[in-house]
Design a protein around this ligand. Structure first.
Ligand code: NAD
Length: 531
């Protein structure tokens, strides 16, 4: 295999061996089941975040190419929506199997384009470290496997004899052409939240992956071909804001799944809704970890450090704010000790714990927010800003950083930092911790660490955050549930994956039918509302 991907793998090997690239490849479009070169004259250079070397050029798709993708998906919908649900299920079984078999290749591409460590990149696709509890990552392949349950998930309802000889039944129908717009930080996970479930429901999908790391999406498309997805069921074009606006405005596209930043998410939610589309929009976050003094210290500190600094803090569920309740603040030095043991280097290097940030701009933004914290009175107890990684001096690295004594009005608290920076706050009581979190605009995730069941229960009951962990730092729900970020972290009505995901990608149709053996009607029509 690896017809398309051999290019990426050779690239990976060359970079690992320190060779310089003689020529830079281009990322293709995926149109009507084929990988094709864009005819655009506008390209986005994609850099390896560990070296800032250009590794591929991503096309800004022309309007004609985007239209071709939508037309292909619209044409494919005619027959795909009529395939039996068992056919779609069988294709999905094969696809899930292929994703599992190709996990390492996809992970290598993610490390190359996105920068995260190879272990973490595998977690982008499949579950990592289930037992240790330090990092809880959803098994994305399981979203495909969950999609294989479509025969149960898509069942309708029936109620016979609602009136004499009259029955009602409802069923779920696909919407038509749907669209997925994805962020850079989980280049496999987020597309896998979207197109398996959309397509197994009978829809087709056009995907606009992040222009910063579209390689994993392209590899997944190659596997979709191999699994037997008919041409046009999935199409991919590339670009940035213009491509997104095209998706929002195009009248053929019926629904948009978006994951990314607040600015883009709110814009897409509003512009898509204005065009009459269904939109689900997962956005930014500021996740708090509450440490009670009675917490199991070693396990809690390991969890916290892993969840704050893992993936260089570029996870929407990163535990980026720690709230010490009472005496637990005494553990700060031990958090620093653990953070200092983490190895910061290129993601493919053995033993790497923290890779680079996605771009020099992202790095600068993190540095600026740390600096603003210092200026606004926070204590910089661990400073990873000046880190130099031998062999990767040009990479976008920031080492683990800890700001303590942070107050709610500081920029480092009000903004999502999206870097390996832990912001520490102190309160006296659990009530104060709950109030602090409920006053924050985001509602993606939170966690409490305690050995007291009543404390945990009070927290889970009173907290206004959609995903809550009790001694679980990154409480991302498994795919039989849904990803239920709330408040400022989500716009829409139906969440990603799980039952809500199926509801998002389908329209309920309800049929009321009357079948009577003998016509007993009189010759006069009744005009009153039937009762
Ligand atoms: P981003 O918003 O910059 O990019 C996401 C997508 O939107 C990309 O495809 C991009 O091309 C497009 N886009 C970017 N700016 C746009 C604009 N102004 N108008 C229209 N489209 C635009 O996000 P990112 O930096 O790639 O990802 C990081 C963000 O995503 C963080 O805020 C993170 O919290 C969030 N995120 C949220 C979740 C979640 O489930 N809540 C999951 C992952 C990431």
């Amino acid at each position: 295999r690896n017809r398309l991907c051999s290019q990426t793998l050779q690239l990976q090997r060359s970079l690992r061996n320190g060779y310089h690239l003689r020529s830079v490849s281009t990322t293709k479009l995926f149109l009507d089941g084929k990988f094709v070169e864009s005819k655009t004259d506008e390209w986005i250079d994609l850099h390896n975040p560990a070296t800032n070397e250009v590794i591929t050029r991503v096309p800004v798709s022309t309007r004609a190419e985007m239209q071709a993708a939508v037309d292909s998906s619209a044409e494919a919908f005619k027959s795909w929506s009529q395939t039996t649900v068992l056919t779609r299920q069988q294709i999905m079984f094969r696809f899930a199997d292929l994703v599992r078999k190709n996990l390492k290749d996809i992970a290598a591409n993610i490390t190359l384009e996105q920068g995260k460590t190879l272990v973490d990149a595998e977690g982008d696709i499949s579950l990592v470290d289930k037992s240790a509890g330090t990092v809880r990552s959803i098994d994305q392949k399981e979203v495909c496997e969950h999609a294989c349950s479509i025969t149960s998930l898509c069942l309708g309802e029936t109620l016979p004899n609602v009136a004499k000889d009259m029955d009602i039944h409802s069923y779920r129908e696909p919407l038509g052409v749907t669209a997925g717009i994805t962020p850079f930080n989980f280049p496999a996970m987020i597309p896998l939240w979207m197109f398996p479930l959309a397509t197994v429901c009978g829809n087709t999908m056009v995907i606009k992956p992040s222009e910063r790391d579209p390689g994993a999406t392209m590899m997944l498309c190659e596997l979709a071909n191999e699994a037997g997805f008919p041409a046009g069921v999935v199409n991919v074009f590339h670009g940035a804001t213009d491509a997104v606006n095209f998706v929002c405005d195009d009248p053929t596209i019926k629904a948009i799944s978006f994951v990314g930043s607040d600015t883009a998410g709110q814009h897409i939610y509003e512009r898509g809704a204005m065009a009459g589309k269904r939109v689900q929009s997962n956005m930014g976050a500021k996740n708090h970890g509450v440490i009670m003094p009675d917490a199991n210290k070693e396990a809690t500190l390991n969890s916290l450090v892993g969840a704050a600094f893992g993936a260089a803090g570029q996870r929407c569920m990163a535990l980026s704010t720690v709230v010490f309740v009472g005496e637990s603040k005494k553990w700060i030095p031990e958090i620093i000790e653990r953070a200092q043991k983490l190895t910061v280097t290129a993601g493919h290097e053995p033993g790497a714990d923290i890779g680079p940030l996605i771009s020099p701009q992202a790095k600068q933004r993190v540095l600026d927010l740390v600096e603003s914290g210092v200026k606004q009175g926070a204590d910089l107890l661990l400073d990873g800003r000046d880190i130099v990684v031998p062999g990767y001096e040009k990479g976008n690295f920031v080492g683990p950083t800890l700001l303590s004594n942070v107050k709610p009005n500081m920029d480092c608290y009000t903004e999502e930092i999206f870097g390996p920076v832990l912001v520490a706050m102190e309160v006296d009581t659990l009530d104060e911790a709950i109030q602090l979190i409920n006053n924050n605009r985001y509602g993606n995730g939170t966690a409490i660490f305690t050995t007291n069941g009543a404390t945990a229960r009070k927290f889970t009951q009173q907290i206004h955050v959609g995903q809550v962990g009790v001694n679980v730092p990154i409480p991302v729900p498994l795919p039989m549930f849904s990803f239920t970020g709330s408040r400022g972290s989500f716009r829409g009505d139906l969440n990603f994956y799980g039952k809500a995901g199926v509801q998002f990608y389908t329209q309920l149709k309800t049929v009321t039918q009357l079948w009577r053996e003998e016509d007993t009607s009189s010759t006069k029509a009744t005009v009153a509302m039937p009762v």
